[in-house]
Write a protein that binds this ligand. Sequence first.
Ligand SMILES: Cc1ncc(COP(=O)(O)O)c(C=O)c1O
Length: 390
Amino acid sequence: MNFEQVKNKADNALMPTYAHFSVALEKGKGATLTDVEGKEYIDFTSGIGVNSLGYADEGWINAITEQAKKLAHTSNLYYNPTVAEFAQTLCEKSGFDKAFLCNSGAEANECAFKLARKYSFDKYGEGRNEIISLVNSFHGRTMATITATGQEEFHKYFFPFNDGFKYAKANDFEAFKAAISEKTCAVIMEPIQGEAGVFPIEKDFAKAVAELCREKDIVLIFDEVQTGVARTGKLYAWENLGVKPDVLTSAKGLGGGLPIGACLAMNPFGEVLTSSTHGTTFGGNPIVCAGGLEVLSRIDENMLEEVNKKAEYIKEKLSDVEEIAEIRGMGLMIGLSLKNKTAKEVAAKCLEKGLMILTAHLAVRMLPPLVISYEEIDIGIAILKSVLDE
Ligand SMILES: Cc1ncc(COP(=O)(O)O)c(C=O)c1O
């Protein structure tokens, strides 16, 4: 199929929920993608933080293929060795006690909300059910997670939204304290607000919030759907903040390209959701877990160091670009504020020249595969600079 054929079929059959770029991608290798017309692109997006090992990674392909040959899916009513191995490895590596496996970031957050409300219900009874999220946060597209998302533009059309969500300004502890009440059962925050434009949470704010949560027995949830799985140069970004949450949600890069979500919890929070209080048909699917195991097996000190080195390399290369007002982020989650150009026009021009790059509100955003090579970085940065210098 050529581009027009792909576009026609897709536009006829898919709900128009995405403003597609005029590119149909067919295959990839490393951090380089090829479209149906044979044009190559350096990928600074990794499918919005998903393809942590890049494309066509041999270890990952072998892992999921071998699992597919053995057993693709089984109900969560039965044990499976790959699922058990993955859950144990994830808990061990992340330092959490228990995991609930699901299919997406939004589902992982839904699980965290249910867990927090049930924890509170079990201990304090009805009425203590409010969840505080931060202004400009993003937590997903399901009804509860768009409600939790602290951006007005998401709170349209779909009324009535869920009860029991309140918003507090990020990095403003007094405002946060004012939002807390005797009804608060949980707080959710992203260590770096990705969709808002790559805005890191300040360490002091995170620490003060964590202390208050401990004091008042409020469940502290970190949404690490975008920041997790080595993206920020640590397995999870809380390690950079020095604040460990009670509950952590992960997704995106964890499966290396297959749909996955995980809600991780420290005990006693890991014991709250019991038989028949939560579940999923596909979550923790053996093939997905085989992919996840491969991803986790590749994240070691060496890889984390490389992520940090590549991040510094990219930042250094961009340091002399006149058009850039600010470079933000941690590890390979990088946001650029621009002086005159819009992020949208930059992304569109980069694409024409063979670089896929993301936007997040007003910022240009980079989430390259963690395994991107220096050669690929050089090509991508040369394209980005040429567009920013125009
Ligand atoms: C911080 C954060 N939370 C939740 C989500 C939702 O994840 P998913 O699209 O897998 O449901 C995203 C997606 O971009 C995200 O960045």
